[in-house]
Design a protein around this ligand. Structure first.
Ligand SMILES: [Zn+2]
Length: 427
């Protein structure tokens, strides 16, 4: 019998407890290998390196990745149109592949993607999955790779799997009960729907179901939903982050304090304008480089914005952690050198129950950006100075730039007003 304590301790791989310098050496070595390999085998990678006017040997360290441009999903779609099926990013010829996957776009992906890759397995272990678990995978197995990636990774852990796929909630609940499923894999909303359905079917989920752990992805996991499901069902719920193309780029451990980087890839947080790597705490695009010879994506942009913490984690894993995913790169506005995202503006507003609507206006005066945080209040405030100071402090903490606070009469901001109004004129 696996106890809750067992599920919260240990690691899948010794790589997870490397020291910082060991990890740096490990990554540099793996990076050099994959660059050499991909330059020879994947024409798109060769082109990317040639166009940057460097040689494969010029990429010796993770920092050297800055010499290469970022490949975005949209680039992949146009490259694949020009050079089907994989745009030249496949590291083995199509005739040697075991599977082909198709993600929305359409983007064709070479399988087997789990080739030499234990990243999802690390994440599943950290999420409490252990040998012997019976795992119901409710992600898609149809066209896209994710279901297969998880299936193979669970087998590495010694788990048994049910490739349930999406939908069919009632059947899924019956399977969960009859086969005494201990591990759930799916979206947070489907887990919620399954629990609701179980109740409709007259079941008592904590008693009639045997769920011990859930691995969720592909959607935001609201903390309130996690708390209520964890306490109602007595299971642990951990989330992970990745893309269909590049695989796992982050997973939560027992501590629920951000998503550790898996070790068999390089995750960078990159300033979308300069392509330079950001420091911990600075917001940038999540960019991945994997060591997968079948599909060697080098500097692949996720399009998502986040930031990293390198504070030690009590779980003992030493990799940095991806903190909140803040939003999409194409929605950001750069103000005083910092990225402001609509999601962050809402994050500031959410801290104050007094605020019912808000908007950030950016102007430019005397060659400097000026940011005004305009808010409407639920009701007139007795001491606007104190509130204004508190909001100003939150702006500085969350948006990392100074902003002025302006109170507007209720109803001034039109319905559907832009969250960030950029009024700067560049001469
Ligand atoms: Zn941890």
């Amino acid at each position: 019998m696996v106890t809750k304590k067992d599920r919260c301790s240990g690691y899948f791989s010794k790589l997870e407890i490397m020291t910082e310098s060991e990890r740096r050496r490990y990554h540099n070595r793996k990076l050099k290998q994959i660059i050499t390999y991909a330059y020879e085998k994947a024409p798109a990678v060769k082109k990317k390196i040639d166009q940057a006017k460097i040689k494969p040997g010029d990429i010796k360290t993770v920092r050297d990745l800055e010499k290469l441009p970022i490949t975005e999903k949209a680039d992949l779609i146009s490259l694949q149109k020009k050079n089907p099926p994989f745009g030249g990013f496949n590291g083995v010829p199509p005739e040697e592949l075991g599977r082909f996957f198709i993600s929305p776009g359409p983007i064709y992906e070479p399988g087997e993607l789990v080739y030499e890759d234990t990243r999802w397995a690390q994440g599943l272990y950290a999420g409490g999955f252990r040998a012997g678990d019976i795992c119901q995978i409710t992600f898609n197995f149809h066209l896209v790779p994710f279901g297969f990636m998880l299936d193979s990774s669970l087998k590495l852990l010694g788990c048994r799997t049910i490739p349930a796929g999406v939908g069919n909630t009632e059947l899924q609940v019956r399977v969960m009960k009859d086969l005494k499923v201990t591990g759930f894999l799916g979206t947070p909303s489907f887990l919620f729907a399954a629990v609701q359905k179980a109740k409709e079917m007259g079941l008592n989920p904590p008693k009639d179901l045997n769920l011990k752990t859930a691995f969720v992805a592909a959607e935001m996991l609201p903390e309130s939903l996690r708390d209520s499901l964890e306490s109602e069902l007595g299971l642990m719920i951990r989330q992970s982050y990745g893309t269909a193309d590049i695989g796992c780029l982050g997973f939560e451990c027992s501590q629920k304090n951000g998503m550790h980087f898996p070790d068999d890839c390089i995750v960078e947080i990159v300033d979308p304008q300069t392509g330079k790597q950001c420091n911990p705490g600075e917001i940038g695009e999540v960019v991945g480089t994997c060591f997968n010879k079948v599909y060697p994506l080098i500097r692949f942009g996720s399009g998502d914005l986040s930031y990293v913490s390198d504070e030690p984690c009590p779980c003992g894993r030493t990799s940095p952690r991806l903190m909140k995913i803040i939003g999409r790169v194409d929605q950001v506005t750069k103000v005083k050198g910092m990225f402001i995202h609509p999601g962050l503006v809402d994050f500031v507003a959410a801290k104050f129950s007094e605020i019912c609507a808000c908007q950030v206006v950016v102007t430019r005066e005397g060659h400097q950006d000026r940011m005004i945080f305009r808010t409407e209040l639920v009701r007139p405030c007795s001491d606007p100075t104190i509130l204004s100071e508190a909001i100003g402090k939150a702006i500085q903490e969350i948006l990392r730039v100074r902003g002025e606070v302006e109170f507007l009469p209720k109803g001034s901001l039109p319905e559907g007003a832009k969250k960030i109004e950029d009024k700067r004129v560049w001469e």
